[in-house]
Design a protein. Sequence first.
Lengths: 118, 417
Amino acid sequence: MRASCLPIAAALLMLGCTTAPVPPQRATGFAGPLRATTLELPADEEMFPEGPAGDLLNANCLACHSVSMVTTQPVLTGKQWQANVEKMRSVFKAPIDPADDAELVRALVALNADAGTR
Amino acid sequence: MTHTVDRLDSLLASRLARRRLLGLAAAGGGLLATATANPAGAAPARLLLNGGPRLRPLSSAYPGKGEMIVQRARPPLLETPFEMFNEGVFTPNDRFYVRWHWGDIPAAVDTEAFRLGISGAVRQPLSLSLAELLKLPRMALAAVNQCAGNSRGLFEPRLGGAQWSHGAMGNALWEGVSLKSLLARAGVKAGALAVRFGGLDQPLTDADPYAKSLPLEMALTDDVMVAFAMNGEQLPLLNGFPLRLVVPGWYSTYWIKALNQIEVLDSEDRNFWTAKAYKIPTAPFAHVAPGTADFPSRPISTMVPRSFLTNVRDGASLPWQPALALSGIAFGGAAGVKAVELSSDGGRSWQPAALGPDEGRYGFRRFTHSVATPAPGTLTLLSRCTASDGAVQAMVPNWNPSGYQRGCVEPVQLVLA
């Protein structure tokens, strides 16, 4: 289809979308040198909700990762959360006491019960 | 294990102290100016996922990064906002997605002291400074870097893991030294099987550090590179400064960041990350029936073709007009883009899209097309990429328990009113 067949608005939109990006100059390349750099990550102060369940999650999860690792998950079953807790302990060597598993899984299921609506 | 627990305890203690401090600041009505990964008040991003939670904070607080979707604050999982893919086929460094496995990521790199080691089954182990690497013959190519779990949040049924939409991918011009030439300098011994790559990041526990192996024959192919530049600049620390392994056509799990160890192996790699993790079903499209746990598997490797309409968003309402100009990006996976086709009738008929400039077989390729829209109403658009090796995007989504290698045609439904 030729652009001239299109109404002006569509033709303009098309032009806007087909503007070719300017490719980086390959011939020039990276001039260097590499400059030393440091990384200061933003503070991650989010904690699990107040209360005994939140305290247990804070103590077992937050040393390695933020709350968001948990709260971005879809609704998962207790069995799926149990598998996650076991993976954290056996594969990723998190020092989670197996005696806490049942309480942890209950806390995780409750925390994410409304995940489908957020 | 003792030192692990100590480290974890001290980390947790500092976090609890911070929380108390924040509590006090709030009680006193004080305002804390510290940059935060969880900015309160900023409008969140609403991701196109197969169900909730869909909302994610947007943050510009990460060093070297502009506004990014925060999938996980720590260790950072930062997704590229999808509208970036409409702006050009190269993804800017400050919007390129970020994914780290372990909590101890390098906080600083001393460019004078840094060394890249090449060891193991080689005749001459090497320890190269950055200055030495920069003097070696160079190569450059455009390549898509994509997380194995990109688009995991669209799997049905849902599964755990980073809930990415489509933004765990990016295309950059990578520049560096060919891996093959470095291995030739070290001299690979007869009987070598694989090459393992490790970086500066470390676990906070006694688990295996993040490392991945390539089969030796793959490591010796022409396009694998130790890159020191990305889009003409040094890499952002969050994307692997000072060196990153670039494995064009393969998923990002192999693209080791802050690369400082190359080890030639003469036996099978037993490290968790190669031996156990990042496995996919051997079945076509890495697909198994949802819920299947036991299946023949293999390490994930080459990417599959994908295409995305980038100037329209699924679920959007647009004013009706008799024709709709469409634009998108495609990539062929391990090969170039041969063709992109579009359908506006559910896949009954397909029209070829025009392809933009070819920036290299491993990179994104722009496509454009105009579809006739005779009347207002609902319109479902499909785009389908065929790679130059003959691979074609599937019409139906795949499923596997890790949520890897999504590559199906992604419908975009619009309301034209």
